[in-house]
Ligand binder design. Structure first.
Ligand code: HEC
Length: 439
């Protein structure tokens, strides 16, 4: 039966005989329906993103909701096309498989089911066959996917994104007062809300510990970009869910720290298109003793120039680890010309391991790859990271940039970047190993 189903899909994919072949299903087997067969797949694989505005992903959400039959039905053709092309659900790493907690994908059998349903006219079927609606934590936690946070720091004043704004990169700062954060705490999770719905393209959060002799944060930000404003928490863009750290892992928030909300807004300019935003970052406190201190860092190359009209230019960077390192996340970050990225480990004994391969990098999806279990890279391991860029006239025409220039590192959309972010943890010294409750 599986073989037969596959053979039919091949025929349908070729665009042949679909009218003649499809009815044979009706004769041979039970019809595929939305409530019985398709809704469970959509619940499990699509609804985290395809749901109405306001839930999850910090407000960076998919433009259409697939919560009900009526909402899904008009998209049936597009759904079949996207799942067959493996474009939805989105996932960009070819290797490794099975190790990342946020890995997305449908099996061949699941894709068959969706395609057969669409081909049969996308019937609703019997509502009694439907699974119970998926319960989203957000419904009872004020919209936070990790649950109810211990504290939320919202930008003090709302900011108006003007009618004539098309593309805006901007950082906001908030110094935490004693009332807001009286003591240092270890946190085990954090989550963002952009507060700007579909106008937010991405949001990054940073925390800078207080240091009296430091230059003012506005100055540091002007000189070094967002990276000058402290330790990265995370960035969210389409598709990035928040995560809790594993037991025993924490990130320290020091009293008196300054939070940076680094925002990228993107919208159609015009009368009455302006919107308010007031971004928020929620934190979840780790009450148990913390053994591993989390650091979000990047291995970057900022000294490059991509030659004009070069269709396959590689930029590389590496770092040798000074301590046993427990890797939690990778986030390859580059802009429009980037077409592939790869992280490799070279162990002290010379053995190589492919840590992450993204053969078709798409800057529109700033995916963070999150390990299910922390990955130990022993002291002395070298991490090599490469990005490949397409600065050809063809690619330039596609993304609207100039290929006859030599882009270097920079923050604007038409500058380039080559930053291999890594979220990792190292064992903390015994005297640092306090829990929040002991302080
Ligand atoms: C990680 C978030 C995410 C998940 C999971 C996801 N989508 Fe999407 N989807 C998006 C976003 C964002 C867009 C709009 C941007 C785009 O089209 O690239 C989109 C667009 C679409 C579109 C519209 C394409 C068009 O023609 O405009 C379809 C259809 C779609 N998704 C189907 C699905 C299906 C089916 C699933 C589950 C099997 C799914 N998506 C899972 C985020 C997601």
């Amino acid at each position: 039966m599986r073989i037969q189903a596959r053979a039919v899909v091949v025929v349908l994919a070729a665009g042949l005989l679909s009218v003649i072949v499809a009815p044979s299903y009706a004769a041979n087997e039970e019809a595929v329906t939305y409530y019985k067969d398709v809704l469970p797949l959509i619940q499990d694989n699509c609804q985290t993103c395809h749901q109405p505005e306001g839930l999850n992903l910090g407000g960076v959400i998919a433009p259409m909701s697939f919560m009900s039959y009526d909402e899904t039905r008009p998209w049936a053709r597009a759904i079949a096309r996207k799942v067959e092309a493996h474009e939805m659900p989105p996932w960009f790493a070819s290797e490794p498989t099975g190790v990342f907690s946020n890995e997305r994908g449908l099996t061949d059998a699941e894709i068959d089911t969706i395609v057969r349903w669409v081909d049969a006219g996308a019937p609703a079927g019997n509502k009694a066959d439907a699974p119970a609606p998926r319960q989203f934590v957000e419904a009872t936690s004020g919209g936070w996917s990790l649950g109810t946070p211990d504290f939320v720091f919202q930008l003090d004043e709302p900011y108006f994104i003007d009618d004539d704004v098309y593309d805006l990169n901007i950082s906001f700062f908030k110094e935490l007062t004693e009332a807001e954060l009286p003591d240092d705490v270890w946190v085990r999770g954090w989550e963002f809300k952009t507060g700007a719905g579909n106008v937010a393209h991405h949001m990054c959060g940073f925390v800078r510990a207080p240091a009296k002799d430091d230059k003012p944060i506005e100055e540091a930000a002007a000189e070094d970009g967002a990276a000058g404003t402290g330790q990265l928490l995370t960035c969210i863009a389409e598709g990035a869910e928040a995560v809790m750290l594993p037991d025993g892992y924490g990130l320290q928030l020091e009293a008196g720290s300054t939070i940076t909300y680094n925002m990228h807004f993107h919208k159609r300019p015009g009368p009455d298109t302006g919107v308010y935003t007031q971004p928020e970052i929620a934190f979840f406190v780790e009450h148990r003793p913390v053994k591993y201190k989390v650091i979000n860092d990047s291995i970057g190359n900022t000294g490059f120039e991509i030659p004009p009209n070069h269709g396959n230019y590689r930029i590389g960077m590496s770092r040798t680890l000074e301590k046993d390192t427990y890797v939690l996340t990778y986030w390859p970050h580059a802009h429009m010309r980037a077409k592939a990225s790869r992280y490799t480990a070279i162990y002290p004994d010379g053995r190589e391991e492919l840590l992450l391969d993204v053969p078709q990098y798409d800057q529109g999806w700033q995916e963070t790859y999150k390990y299910k279990e922390p990955k130990l890279l022993p002291k002395g391991t070298r991490i090599d990271i490469s990005f490949w860029y397409d600065n050809s006239p063809e690619n330039a025409a596609r993304y609207d940039f100039r290929s006859d220039e030599s882009p270097g590192h920079g923050p604007r959309t038409d500058d380039e970047m080559s930053l291999g972010f890594i979220g990792y943890a190292v064992e903390i010294e015994p005297e640092e190993a306090t829990s929040s409750d002991q302080q």
